[in-house]
Design a protein around this ligand. Structure first.
Ligand code: CA
Length: 242
């Protein structure tokens, strides 16, 4: 099954590259390796990949510029391999079009979990985007867009208009980390930097309303960066209930 999945790994650090390639190989994913930005772009234009993992500190061009160029012709998921400390880089990469990041040092399980959750999201959007864009479902959450109604485990919950807008924005970008700035720009029309604290307040209250009703963590906080809605599958729910 994994053989049909093709992953591009762009990383100049040999140790990290070897960890990723060995893990992908053992798990029977097909992959290509690029050790600099120019060869990455060449591979990206001549092959069809399902996921790209990219380090930002590359020897020739900045990884952010590679992401920007790549976004000019492709929408496939880009996951940035980043150092734990550098929030500025993460934010810049996300705003340039990256979907998510994997923080160094990471282990094999984290890497595989990220691959699986990304593939699950791609499958979901391929299967759902065209036929049904009036209902959003993720685990126990159900959003009925025409009536602006949200259900958790079948029970309607009451959200303030900003909470509802936040939930819809996250739902429409499930699996993608949205930066604070992106969220503020999308929801607060003329936002000020001070609106970041209201964003935090609304997000806390939204999470309470959702997560009071269900054990799963649907909205992840990426401190200093932003928020992400996690795609929860039926099997995750069953595992959590055990
Ligand atoms: Ca590097």
């Amino acid at each position: 099954m994994n053989e049909s999945i093709k992953i591009l790994v762009v990383e100049d650090d040999r140790a990290v590259r070897n960890l990723i390639s060995t893990t992908l190989k053992i798990n029977k994913y097909e992959y290509d390796i690029a050790t600099d930005g120019n060869s990455a772009l060449l591979l990206m234009t001549s092959n069809k990949y399902d996921i790209v993992f990219i380090d930002l500190g590359l020897p020739d061009i900045d990884g952010i510029d590679v992401i920007k160029k790549f976004r000019g012709f492709s929408t496939i998921p880009i996951i940035v391999i980043s150092a734990r400390t550098n929030d500025e880089d993460k934010i810049e990469a996300l705003d340039a079009g990256a979907d998510d990041f994997l923080t160094k040092p990471f282990n094999v399980d984290e890497l595989l979990a990220r691959v699986r959750s990304t593939l699950r999201r791609i499958n979901y959007s391929e299967n759902n985007s065209v036929e049904d864009n009036t209902i959003f479902e993720n685990g126990d959450i159900r959003i009925d867009f025409p009536s602006r109604t949200v259900y958790i485990k079948g029970n309607e919950i009451h959200l303030m208009p900003i909470e509802y807008s936040l939930l819809c924005l996250l739902a429409n970008n499930v699996g993608k980390v949205l930066t604070h700035q992106y969220i503020l720009k999308s929801i607060w029309v003329n936002y000020l930097d001070s609106d970041l604290s209201s964003l935090r307040v609304y997000m806390t209250s939204l999470r309470k309303k959702i997560e009071n009703e269900t054990a799963d963590k649907y909205i992840q906080t990426h401190i200093g960066v932003g928020y992400k809605m996690v795609r929860i599958s039926k099997s995750d729910l069953e595992n959590n209930n055990e």
